[in-house]
Design a protein around this ligand. Structure first.
Ligand code: ASP
Ligand code: MG
Length: 451
């Protein structure tokens, strides 16, 4: 096999029979596609997460379970020969039922992963059968045999070396003979427990598997024709970007452009695998190519917005001319596996924002245990209801750019500003209720007028 393409389909691309059929057509149209990575059908993971968090009321549990059955039945009903597939899906729904009951008594992250994994396990049974019925030589593969992770349930870390070994041994030979359909999002630890990579993790899975297989291309199929200059629901004149560099796209993904899971580009970058993002609904519209080097490198490329930010400010007079304070702070955060996003410092204080991407969702909180430990060192203040705006581009050290950016923002309070570590982004925190206006104003002044 000289060319091997991995195609990943998100929840909306496998939401129902029509969506799955369009996705199958996308696979047919690229003869290099040997591996298909699928998300759960749209909406399914949210329902499973609700169950996993522990639903006490039996009535509500049953309601969710029937919704889950309905979503999958609607597709099964349109298959020509659904019998075996339906049996597999119903068996998984039985598992969901008993795990949901267990979670209503005592929820745990381990149980959550086991439960939510059923979404991808079900969708891939159906997608495999649908592709077979279209005449594609398809086989389903349980990715837990390859995607080895640690046991950090809810946001497991992949073991890249093991994944590569297992992918070469177990997956690559299958890809020679079949189009292999497998699950995104899920993996397993050394003890065989099911793990997940965090919400939206299927993109990351696809990239990890592509890396392990030494694939020549990775396609991420979703419901928008590529990466936009910003969210078109906020700024209607936002436009798709035909080509973008890995560096810019990583910043975007990282800073909230929901189109890609933030870690997706890490494996792609390591192995220099070009990534295409497009819409399985309208593949003819093209999409965005993410490459090592893009041909153009404009000053401003895109604007990303991430809400639900939690900002923590730590103050200590002891920090004045002292050393080791930050090291102590980060030691505490690292010990509790708290991931930090933005950071700014002054002589006696440091502010940082918390990152939250694990499977159970919600706004990030500073756990009480962490707070108490930090309070032994300094004062701790926590603020919520903030949004992070990231302006992505190139050579942002260019003279005059800051004036251009900040003069458009004269009417807004900026809570925190970060620039310097990378010349690809400038980001700041604003009040949640200003966030959309900030994006609209920046898009208008920096993008619509320039283009
Ligand atoms: N199904 C998972 C989620 O909704 C993973 C994914 O779709 O990427 O988060
Ligand atoms: Mg997604």
């Amino acid at each position: 096999m000289s060319a091997l393409n991995v195609a990943k389909f998100g929840g909306t691309s496998v939401a129902n029979f029509e969506a799955m059929s369009r996705s199958a057509a996308v696979v047919e149209n690229n003869p290099d596609t040997r591996l298909v990575v699928s998300s759960a059908c749209s909406g399914v993971t949210n329902l499973l997460v609700e169950l996993a968090n522990g639903v006490q009321a039996q009535e509500r549990r049953n309601e969710i379970l029937s919704q889950l059955a309905e979503i999958h039945d609607a597709i099964l009903n349109q298959l020509q020969d659904a019998s075996e597939t339906a049996a597999e899906v119903y068996a998984l729904l039985d598992t969901v039922t008993s795990l949901a009951e267990a979670a209503s008594i005592q929820a745990s992250t381990k149980l959550t992963d086991h439960l939510v994994a059923c979404g991808e396990l079900m969708s891939t049974h159906i997608l495999t059968q649908l592709m077979k019925e279209r005449g594609l030589n398809t086989v389903r593969f349980d990715i837990r045999d390859v995607l080895r992770t640690d046991s950090n349930f809810g946001r497991a870390e992949p073991d890249v070396t093991q994944i590569a070994l297992l992918a070469q041994e177990k997956l690559l030979p299958l890809c020679r003979d079949f189009i292999v359909v497998t699950q995104g999002f899920i993996g397993s630890d050394l003890d065989g427990n099911t793990t997940t990579l965090g919400r939206g993790g299927s993109d990351y899975s696809a990239a990890l598997i592509a890396e392990g297989l030494k694939a020549t291309g990775l396609e991420i199929w979703t419901d928008v024709p590529g990466i936009y200059t910003t969210d078109p629901r906020i700024a209607p004149k936002a436009a798709p970007i035909p080509e973008i560099s890995f560096a810019e796209a990583s910043e975007m993904a990282n800073f909230g452009a929901k189109i890609l899971h933030p870690s997706t580009l890490v494996p792609a970058l390591r192995h220099d695998i070009p990534v295409f993002v497009g819409s399985s609904k309208e593949p003819e519209k093209g999409g965005t190519w993410i490459r090592h080097e893009a041909q153009s490198s404009p000053l401003f490329r895109a604007l990303a917005l991430r809400c639900n930010q939690t900002m923590v400010t730590l103050r200590s007079a002891k920090m004045f001319h002292a050393y080791g304070f930050l090291a102590k702070v980060f030691e505490i955060l690292a010990k509790h596996k708290i991931s930090v996003d933005l950071i700014t410092t002054s002589e006696i204080s440091v502010s940082l924002t918390l990152d939250k991407t694990n499977t159970s969702g919600g706004a990030p909180e500073l756990p009480q245990a962490v707070r108490s430990e930090l309070e032994e060192l300094c004062s701790v203040e926590v603020e919520h209801n903030l949004c992070l705006v990231a302006l992505i581009g190139n050579h942002m050290e260019t003279k005059g750019y800051a004036k251009e950016v900040f003069s458009t923002l004269g009417d807004f309070n900026l809570r925190m500003i970060c620039y310097g570590a990378s010349d690809h982004n400038l980001c700041f925190l604003v009040d949640a209720h200003d966030s959309k206006k900030v994006i609209q104003k920046l898009h208008q002044d920096l993008f619509e007028q320039h283009n």
